[in-house]
Design a protein around this ligand. Structure first.
Ligand SMILES: NC(=O)c1ccc[n+]([C@@H]2O[C@H](COP(=O)([O-])OP(=O)(O)OC[C@H]3O[C@@H](n4cnc5c(N)ncnc54)[C@H](O)[C@@H]3O)[C@@H](O)[C@H]2O)c1
Length: 303
């Protein structure tokens, strides 16, 4: 989790705080810092209630049946949000929501193929009909392309991958923004990849879509920041999820081993490490983070 942006050594309370300064640890994912008027050491006065919390908010996560999406739904729920888990895998998304409900969280499963515009619109309508609003969204659903060099990729696979990984993000963001525009608030994180900032042999279609996600994000961020809505991108590195298991099953163990060897932290990332980043990006603690491409990859891409 990111550090709480208040250092008692450098922060002096001026005036009479309404509630004083308090730090409440509510769960591993929720900590709340409240302060009213503080004077920083460089003599700037900030009047704000600075809160990193998602409590009582509504969060929608696509591709939430497993992997990074499920870990993020769980992290939002642990932080106090009601969560909508959307996925095209009906059985898995119901099982995922039931698991969260059994742990005492508010979780709603919705079956939705993000490449189907009507299904995405219906997903948003159902979310608002049940929870009344949308505060945070993580557009995460994606698939891999069939491995092939640029000369041999098929139009069918190009259309399949881009319709989910790029058009799907575009479609989800569009309906989320329509709702958030009515509210005048909200935060969206779109899932790209280190494939969104690097090339990848035999993965041109996936990388093209993930590069596109960053362009969509920056453009929407510019348009909606003045309305109080923030849009950002997260770029996971190699994270241990079913997507990676599928790479292994598809005979790519050696590719994976070579990738792990080249990651400075010398390990796969955990889905929870992306989840906590997304929750932070959607919280008020990230209130000035707009249109950012946040790489979470153990240092892989800085070499
Ligand atoms: N795992 C990694 O190493 C890694 C690295 C970089 C980026 N990412 C990105 O992170 C995100 C999640 O990856 P993951 O590894 O958890 O994947 P995953 O394959 O484990 O899970 C993806 C989920 O998305 C769902 N999904 C796929 N297509 C869908 C569609 N059309 N409509 C609705 N749901 C759909 C699947 O059913 C599944 O539940 C993806 O955007 C992926 O590109 C993953």
């Amino acid at each position: 989790m990111p550090a709480i942006p208040v250092n008692p050594a450098t922060v002096k309370v001026v005036g009479k705080p309404v509630n004083g300064i308090s730090i409440d640890y509510q769960s591993s994912m929720t900590f709340v810092v409240r302060y009213t008027q503080v004077s920083l050491s460089f003599n700037k006065t900030i009047k704000s209630t600075h809160i990193m919390e998602i409590k009582d908010k509504v969060a929608l996560i696509t591709g939430a049946a497993m992997g990074i999406g499920f870990a993020t739904a769980k992290a939002f729920a642990q932080a106090g949000a009601s969560v909508v888990l959307a996925d095209w895998d009906e059985q898995q998304v119901h099982a995922a929501a039931e698991q969260l409900s059994a742990e005492g969280y508010k979780a709603l499963p919705i079956v939705c193929d993000v490449s189907d515009d009507h299904a995405v619109q219906a997903m948003m309508e159902k979310t608002v009909a049940i929870f009344g609003r949308l505060d945070a969204a993580f557009n995460n659903a994606a698939v891999q392309n069939v491995l092939a060099g640029a000369a041999d990729q098929t139009p069918e696979d190009f259309d399949r991958v881009t319709s989910i990984n790029l058009r799907g993000v575009w479609s989800c963001m569009k309906y989320e923004l329509q709702q958030m525009r009515k509210q005048g608030s909200g935060a969206i994180v779109n899932c790209s990849s280190i494939g969104g900032i690097l090339g990848g042999s035999q993965r041109g279609t996936y990388h093209a879509a993930k590069h596109g996600v960053i362009g969509l994000t920056k453009s929407a961020a510019l348009e909606y920041a003045p309305l109080g809505i923030r849009v950002n991108t997260v770029c996971p590195g190699i994270i241990h999820t079913p997507m990676v298991n599928a790479m292994i099953a598809g005979g790519q163990q050696q590719v994976l081993d070579a990738m792990i060897e080249s990651v400075p932290v010398k390990r796969l990332g955990r889905p929870e490490e992306i989840a906590s980043t997304v929750v932070w990006l959607c919280s008020d603690a990230a209130s000035l983070v707009v249109g950012h491409t946040l790489v979470v990859d153990g240092g892989y891409s800085i070499q």
